[in-house]
Design a protein around this ligand. Structure first.
Ligand code: NAD
Length: 297
């Protein structure tokens, strides 16, 4: 299949490479020329622009940071035209970015008016899952569009859930990430408390992992350096899922809670903790670096 892939960051690059490895023709574009060069050396074709990438594409996939990037790309921004008029009728757009459900719905509506299909398909599983091709996709859209996307999603992920109509994938994703943000702060607090009281972080983490406090951070993504060799904490908090991206997702969760008059007190507190951590200069580091805020100096 001829695929256009736009957004080749921590997640998009390995996802595009997995599609190329599966035998698809992937024309890839990112605003960063270095990002394009990297995937071009791994089986993808380099596109000179987003317009160039979508020429002849049967499916367009985007993996961008936030709502404004997705809306700007497809619908245009600051007077600049968007990409939709360059995409052929009948093409399917799969947006895997984590953005506001309302933005997915806005782009989907404009796409439908142009005869273009659209699903939101945000992911969970981190950069490790993106590289291994074991991501979880949470899809919002019609049954027919999901079935068209499924063979491609299966090359990038291990679990595919149909959450509902367009936007439902985003709602599921921010519920999950609100829980993850809270869990990472709680896990960091517990480890920092134990270490301040003389415990070995590896021993404590293993005790909690196998006890009632067990969770994904303790399984795979420990915030304390040296506990999990491949976790961002053991690589100077480089790569992984940026603090500012977690802050964005917790903001989306709070906006959704306000709009529906839902009570999410711990989600609100977690957002405040990551906001303070970002302001302290850690926005670009992996979100597990939040443990630095909680450690005894
Ligand atoms: P990233 O910042 O590493 O990558 C985003 C890329 O998009 C950058 O390379 C940037 O240059 C590019 N970009 C921005 N605007 C563009 C445009 N108009 N045209 C082309 N390229 C453009 O981010 P990431 O970690 O890959 O995350 C991408 C999305 O996936 C985010 O919405 C994030 O919340 C979500 N996500 C991330 C993770 C993770 O572990 N990193 C996990 C699950 C979901």
């Amino acid at each position: 299949m001829q695929i256009a892939f736009i957004g080749l960051g921590h997640m998009g690059a390995p996802m595009a490479i997995n599609l190329a490895k599966a035998g698809h023709s992937v024309k890839a574009f990112d605003l960063s020329p270095d990002a394009v060069t990297k995937v071009a050396g791994a089986g993808c074709q380099a596109a000179a622009s987003a317009e160039d990438a979508v020429k002849g594409a049967e499916v367009v996939i985007s993996m961008l940071p936030a709502s404004q990037h997705v809306e700007g790309l497809y619908l245009g921004r600051d007077g600049a035209a968007g990409l939709l008029p360059h995409i052929a009728k009948g093409v399917l757009v799969i947006d895997s970015s984590t953005i506001a459900a309302a933005t997915s719905q806005k782009v989907a509506k404009a796409a439908a008016a142009a005869g273009i299909g659209f699903i939101d398909a945000p992911v969970s599983g981190g950069t490790g899952g993106a590289i291994a091709g074991t991501l979880t996709f949470m899809v919002g859209g019609s049954d027919a569009d999901l079935e068209r996307a499924r063979p491609l999603l299966e090359k990038m992920g291990a679990n595919i859930f149909h959450a509902g109509a367009v936007g439902a994938g985003q709602t599921a994703k921010i519920c999950n990430n609100m829980l993850l943000g809270i869990l990472m702060v709680g896990t960091s607090e517990a480890i920092a408390l134990g270490v301040a009281n003389g415990l070995d972080p590896k021993v404590l983490s293993e005790i909690m992992r196998r006890s009632s406090g067990g969770n994904w951070a303790l399984e795979k993504y420990n915030p304390f350096p040296g506990v999990h060799e491949n976790a961002p904490a053991s690589k100077g908090y480089a790569g992984g899922f940026g603090t500012d991206l977690m802050l964005k997702d917790l903001g989306l969760a709070q906006e959704t809670a306000i709009a529906t008059r839902t009570s999410t007190p711990l989600g609100g507190m977690a957002r405040a903790v990551y906001a303070a951590h970002s302001l302290a200069g850690h926005g670009a580091e992996d979100f597990s670096s939040v443990i630095k805020m909680l450690q005894k100096k």
